[in-house]
Design a protein around this ligand. Structure first.
Ligand SMILES: NC(=O)c1ccc[n+]([C@@H]2O[C@H](COP(=O)([O-])OP(=O)(O)OC[C@H]3O[C@@H](n4cnc5c(N)ncnc54)[C@H](OP(=O)(O)O)[C@@H]3O)[C@@H](O)[C@H]2O)c1
Length: 332
């Protein structure tokens, strides 16, 4: 079977040489384990951090070993009654064609309850939950808030904006990196305003889009976006620190935000979070977001790349902004 390994640690932007496509034997499940044929694998920005040899909230990938990450697949052999052959499961050993996992670490999902199986990696999975928890629990969103989300056409951002709209935001504003993404936000996802951050300074464009200021900022980007949000925030504003993709490939320390001290006078609550520590919110999230999806009130665009051998290119494309909505690779 094919698997994708880390060939070398990138300095700055990763390249095709960061990855190796290798052959490995199909593993045998032991007692209490299942063998899964991966159908879709998740492609996520946090993987860039794991390519560095630094201590973080997740261990670094090892050179010469397969990468891992979220995946959904079909159980093809089982030594566990709770997860029979034919079940579809979400688990954490992506980036390979077949995976053996302990049954306790495989979450059974119903393919009929989702528009596509890949939705369990995006809208109904980790990135959807990130949007839900970040907006509602971390940023303490309230009806009538004006919400700004960066990376708004991506997997997390597109769900943040739609939840804010459905929960009664006064105004939802998004930033993204192309004219087509900006159009998608306002025409397809119901954002009230959107702008292309590559066309003019974020601070200028955000001030024009939010004449009454911003109450909640959902930060996927960091840097100039965070600085612009702080300067546009209203008193008692709330910021969910979700990601800082603008700096994941940087080799020097970021130069923004330069205005962090103004969070004091505005009494802004700025809080980071890791979705992995909020899985207890999964049932409410699935009930509410799954309900909106069934009613057709919420849209989930995906960017699907075909073939495990193209997963490295999909990852590089994600960092370059080539995805709209969740980036996944269809394994087979
Ligand atoms: N805290 C958590 O538990 C958690 C969980 C999941 C994800 N995250 C974070 O959430 C963020 C979004 O993740 P995702 O999975 O939804 O990815 P995504 O937004 O679907 O994909 C990444 C997007 O980032 C944008 N981007 C790349 N470089 C940029 C730059 N320099 N400035 C502004 N935008 C840039 C690109 O869109 P454009 O075309 O718009 O540039 C790209 O499409 C990431 O920062 C990720 O690390 C955090």
């Amino acid at each position: 079977m094919k698997e994708i390994r880390l060939a070398a640690r990138p300095v700055g932007w990763p390249t095709a040489e960061t990855f190796e496509i290798a052959e490995a034997p199909v593993p045998e499940p032991g007692p209490g384990q299942v063998l899964i044929r991966n159908v879709y694998i998740s492609v996520d920005p946090y993987m860039r951090g794991r390519m560095n040899d630094v201590k973080s909230y997740m261990p670094p990938f090892k050179i010469g070993e397969p990468l891992d990450g979220g995946a959904v697949g079909e159980v093809v052999a089982s030594n566990a009654e709770s997860v029979p052959v034919g079940a579809y499961v979400v688990h954490a050993l992506g980036w390979r064609e077949f995976a053996v996992v302990d049954a306790a670490r495989a979450r059974v999902v119903d393919p009929a309850a989702a528009p596509t199986l890949s939705a369990y990696l995006g809208l109904l999975g980790m990135t959807g939950l990130t949007a839900y928890v970040g907006l509602l629990d971390i940023a303490q969103f309230r009806e009538g808030d004006t919400v700004f989300v960066s990376g708004a056409a991506g997997a997390v951002g597109s769900v943040v904006g739609q939840i804010a709209r459905l929960r009664g935001a006064k105004r939802v504003i998004g930033s993204a990196g192309s004219a087509e993404k900006v159009r998608h936000l306002t025409a397809d996802l119901g954002f009230d305003a959107a702008f292309d951050y590559k066309q003019a300074p974020v601070r200028e464009q955000l001030k024009a889009a939010a004449p009454d200021g911003v109450d909640v900022y959902f930060d996927n980007v960091g840097g100039d976006h965070l600085e612009a949000a702080i300067s546009t925030m209203n008193k008692y504003g709330r910021i969910a620190m979700c990601g800082a993709i603008a700096q994941y490939n940087d080799v020097t320390a970021p130069s923004a935000p330069r205005n962090l001290a103004s969070t004091i006078g505005k009494e802004i609550n700025l809080r980071g979070f890791l979705v992995g520590n909020h899985s207890h919110r999964m049932p409410e999230f699935i009930a509410e977001v799954g309900g909106w999806l069934r009613e057709g009130r919420l849209t989930a665009r995906e960017t699907v790349v075909d073939g495990l051998e193209n997963a490295p290119e999909a990852f590089l494309g994600l960092l370059r902004g080539e995805n709209t909505g969740k980036m996944v690779v269809k394994v087979g």
